[in-house]
Design a protein around this ligand. Structure first.
Ligand code: SDX
Length: 430
């Protein structure tokens, strides 16, 4: 197979090397294109453009494969924990028992937030979307830890900052929920593991000992693992490009939270439940909404369906669908919108419009049903996505900084006015 491509420009010939990845994906290295030819490439939404080389996550969209550091997502979801997967993403290898315990302790000991964070939460009007609170509060951590803003600090300092961020995001997320429902904050308790501590801060009460339900803890570990990283998606690319300016990790992650909020990205899990609820309210006719999704004149899209990379089942959706049935059965919950979701999936997967466009359920299609079953309100679903994606964002930010990547700065094709003379306002027409 050729190891280069040739560009013919008039009578000139230019050759560009083809790079091959671990799994035999191939890329044309055009680093010298503009200097040699004056040309740039144009690729709206970067559908065909690689932004970096990464060793963290591998996705094969045609085969529906997802691996973190080489480990298949199915095995990690079945056997690992969110903390262990976070360590794997951050440091590249599964931890020993001692390393995992040290990592857990380093995070659990940093879950407390400065009391002034409450003043942020008190300042927001009722009904504020939790993603807005999370984004601004995470950025505000830069005010409380100014020493961690100094770039190129020691490995220990960077690790401390990373562990601090993972620890405090869970507390901030839970306190955002408690504030929204008018309940007193629950302080983190070091006797719980990360997921149980989060659940206690979300659903615990000061008047009684919180006893985590193992079914719920297992389901939430699985969901957070499934969301932990997904190579160069919209929000991760945002974290990387903000971090490439040497902005601190809090600012970079806050920007990623903003990108994830969009309903085409992480906001889809909230949009899926709102869609299923609307279909239920409208009589539960899946066919009617499949028709709307296919109608080019109808802005309605089947939320939770389709993916930029997966042109097969999103492996995460398969795992979550099985977990959905298990969790609802073990909690004794019969949620009618699960039946509507299954109807939509069954109908869409046999419909030419979806088959032709290779549109399958993605990670967001069933996840909201589990979040709902464990008591998490719809407007917190994307916060849950952010909590899961945090170790992935940080791992990608860390990889980008450790490889000294230059500041990201794409080019453009200018299509505006040619040069023209300024006309003083008194002499302008109209
Ligand atoms: C996530 O990148 C990641 O990895 C993201 C993520 C992660 O873990 O980080 O996996 C998480 O963001 C999952 C995606 C969540 N979003 C949704 O579920 C929203 C609904 N899905 C779509 O908006 C859409 O499928 C996207 C945004 C996910 C992907 O859009 P693309 O790749 O830009 O594809 P497209 O919009 O160009 O669609 C191609 C065709 C179009 O039809 P034609 O113009 O060819 O006739 O498919 C159609 C689209 O109209 N289409 C849909 C559809 N998704 C695509 N039609 C109806 N319903 C849909 N959901």
């Amino acid at each position: 197979m050729s190891d280069s491509v040739e560009l013919h420009l008039g009578s000139e010939r230019f050759s560009y090397p083809i790079l091959t990845g671990t799994e035999n994906e191939r890329a044309v290295d055009i680093a010298k294109l503009r200097d040699e030819t004056g040309l740039i490439t144009l690729d709206l939404a970067y559908k065909n453009t690689g932004a970096t080389k990464s060793a963290i996550t591998f996705i094969d969209g045609d085969l529906g494969i997802l691996r973190y550091r080489g480990y298949p997502i199915e095995q990690l979801a079945e056997h690992s924990t969110f903390m262990e997967v976070s360590y794997l993403l951050l440091y590249g290898e599964l931890p020993s028992a001692v390393q995992l315990e040290q990592f857990n302790q380093s995070i659990i000991r940093r879950t407390l937030v400065h009391e002034n964070i409450k003043k942020f939460l008190d300042a927001y009007p009722g009904g504020t979307h939790p993603m807005g609170v999370l984004m601004s509060t995470i950025a505000s951590l830069s005010s409380f830890y100014p020493n961690s803003l100094i770039p190129n600090r020691s490995v220990e300092d960077v690790d401390r900052t990373i562990h601090r961020l993972i620890a405090k995001m869970a507390t901030i997320a839970a306190w955002t929920y408690k504030k929204a429902i008018g309940h007193p904050y629950m302080y983190p308790n070091n006797k719980y593991d990360y997921v149980s501590n989060f659940l206690m801060m979300m659903f615990g009460h000061r008047t009684e000992e919180y006893v985590p339900d193992p079914v719920v803890v297992d389901a939430l570990n699985k969901l957070l693992i499934l969301h932990a990283d997904h190579e160069q998606n919209c929000s991760t690319s945002t974290v990387r490009i903000v971090g490439s300016s040497h902005a601190n990790i809090y600012a970079s992650v806050a920007a990623g939270i903003g990108a994830l909020w969009g309903p085409l990205h992480g906001g889809a899990n909230q949009a899926v439940i709102e869609m299923l609820e609307a279909i239920k309210e409208d009589g539960g006719d899946a066919q009617k909404y499949i028709a709307k999704a296919k109608d080019k004149n109808d802005p309605f899209r089947l939320m939770g369906f389709g993916h930029r990379v997966y042109k097969n089942f999103d492996p995460r959706a398969k795992i979550i669908k099985v977990a959905c049935d298990q969790v609802l059965n073990r909690l004794g919950i019969n949620d009618p919108i699960l039946d509507i979701a299954k109807q939509l999936e069954e109908t869409a997967l046999s419909d030419e419009y979806f088959v032709e466009r290779k549109l399958y359920p993605n990670v967001d299609f069933y996840s909201g049903i589990i979040y709902r079953a464990i008591g998490i309100p719809t407007d917190m679903f994307t916060v849950m996505f952010a909590l899961g994606r945090l170790p992935g964002w940080i791992s990608q930010w860390k990889e980008m900084r450790e490889s000294n990547e230059p500041i990201g700065r794409p080019r453009q094709l200018y299509i505006g006015h040619p040069e023209r003379e300024y006309i003083p306002v008194g002499k302008r027409k109209g």
